[in-house]
Each structure stands twice: as structure tokens, then as C-alpha cells.
Write a protein that binds this ligand. Sequence first.
Ligand SMILES: Nc1nc2c(ncn2[C@@H]2O[C@H](COP(=O)(O)OP(=O)(O)O)[C@@H](O)[C@H]2O)c(=O)[nH]1
Ligand SMILES: [Mg+2]
Ligand SMILES: [Zn+2]
Length: 298
Amino acid sequence: MSADFAQVIATFSRRMRLRLADGDEVDARIKGKRLRPVCGDRVSAERIPNEDDWLITAIADRDNELTRPNLRGGVEVLAANVDQLVVVAAPEPVPDWFIVDRYVAAAEQMRVSATIVFNKTDLGTSAECAAELADYRRTGYPVLECSAASRTGLDELGAALAGHTALIVGQSGVGKSSLINVLMGGEEQRTAAISSKSGEGRHTTVNSVMLDLPDGGRVIDSPGVRDYAPAYASAAAVAAGFREIEGASSDCRFANCRHLQEPGCAVKAGVDSGAISARRYESYRRLLRLTEKLENQL
Ligand SMILES: Nc1nc2c(ncn2[C@@H]2O[C@H](COP(=O)(O)OP(=O)(O)O)[C@@H](O)[C@H]2O)c(=O)[nH]1
Ligand SMILES: [Mg+2]
Ligand SMILES: [Zn+2]
């Protein structure tokens, strides 16, 4: 028996949970050492004779993938085939807006939508946070404010997720898993329990899991995303991650303007006039420096 285009819905190191085309869920191993399926992958799989396990034999071409550089100079894929990044921040831990900007830039690179979620509003929203959120809205990103603890803003979040396959990202501790838990109404634990039972303990460390939300839509929670730094192909690609910078750049004097010290730079002019956030511009410069450092190492 074989199934074309089963989908990986959870990963536990080299063990996977698959949803088959008919909706059945099975455990699977991976054929060979070379294949590296991730959550969201569509895969070919076949049942291993005389076993409950299935074997993943091939990975279908990905629509997109979220990647980060690994320590060995390669690239690690965190999830695939999503159509939305949900970038979560909160009053606690203290927001690192550079991380938010990197995820938003990653969404632009993947050509998927980015939605910003400010969780833990029960702790209050500082003027500084409110100003940053207003700036993302001005740039054109939807911003939802909610609290998993006091159950506010969750209908809006559920509606934003409906009809999408989203990857939820953000600093550790902002409440990603809590938000999903509340949206699932406790269903998440049930999923985890099934997996650990069938794997007899081998499944206890879940890397990533894709969950079906009650209001429709699916969301991938991946602990690996927290210290994410994207790998860019080129410095030019960095500007494409900042839509207001990309938008202004057509008015720069030089077509290859990097928006640093060049004369006639429309981006710098935009920062000076306040049309472009100076903080977002600083994120752009930081990401550009990181990318150029990486390029020089190659
Ligand atoms: N005050 C408050 N705490 C929250 C809220 N959501 C999550 N937390 C707490 O924040 C901590 C981290 O939550 P978790 O969901 O594990 O964050 P993750 O690392 O992003 O998945 C936990 O102690 C949660 O109880 C919220 O809306 N308000
Ligand atoms: Mg979590
Ligand atoms: Zn410029």
C-alpha cells in the first residue's frame, strides 16, 4: 500500500507523523539518510510490510520553506508549504523588534502574508509597544492584540487563521503555544498524547506539530523558530523584506542603491521625513550587515 502526497503533521527528530490522503494518521520513518522532511511537507510514503509504521520515500517540491543557517554552514529548514507567518510579540519577554522584523522580512521573502500578534495585553501595552504596533499597521501589516490568559482578541485571531496554513513564530515565552492551546480548546494535548502512545515514549520530544483549528485553518508550532535568523541569498534580497524600503527605493538615484550613504537615496529621505520608521530602517541595516558578513564567509 502506498500513498502519494501524505503530509507531515509532526516531527520528532527522524520520526514523523503523517496524515494520509484519506485523513488517517500514521507514524513514519524516513528512507535513507538524505531525505529531510519537515512539518508541512507533502511526501510519498508506503506502508512497511508487517509493521504499523510507514516509510517516507520522497518529498514533493515545496511551495516555500522557512530556513535558517545552521552551525555547520548549511541551511536548516524549519517548516514548509505555509501561506502565512504569524509573528507573536508580547510585553514580556521584552520585545526584540529586530526579531519581529526578521520574521516579517522572511514572510516577504517566502511571498506569504505576515500577521503580527501582540499577546499578553492583560499585562498592559506600553506607549513604546503601542507606537511600534501602529508603525506595523501603517506599513500595511495586520496587527492583532490579544491575551491567551484573559481570552481576549481570540475570535479575531481565529478568523485571521481560518483558511490558512500558518506558521506561528516569535521569541520564546511570548505565548505561542498558549494561544494555540486556547484556540484548540485543549485539543493540542490530545494530539500529543496519541503520538506519545503510539511511539512508546520515543515521541516525547516534539520538534514541530501542525494542528487543525476548530474554526478552520491549520497552524504549525515549532520550538526551533525562536532563535531564528534567516539566510538570504543576497544583500539585495534584504531590501525586499522591508516593504516600505522596497517601495521607496524606486525613487533612489542609483538603481543599485543600498540605502546607506548613497546620494539621492529616497529611503534615507523617507527616514528623515518620518515616512519610514527609523527603527525599521535600523533593522534593515543590521540585517544587511549580517547578510554581507555571511556572503563574505562563502
Ligand atoms: N500574562 C499572560 N501570560 C501569558 C499569556 N499567554 C501566555 N502566557 C504565559 O507565558 C509563558 C510562555 O508561554 P508559552 O505559550 O509557553 O510561550 P511560547 O514559548 O511562545 O510557546 C507561560 O508561562 C504562559 O503561561 C497571556 O496572554 N498573558
Ligand atoms: Mg511554545
Ligand atoms: Zn536608496
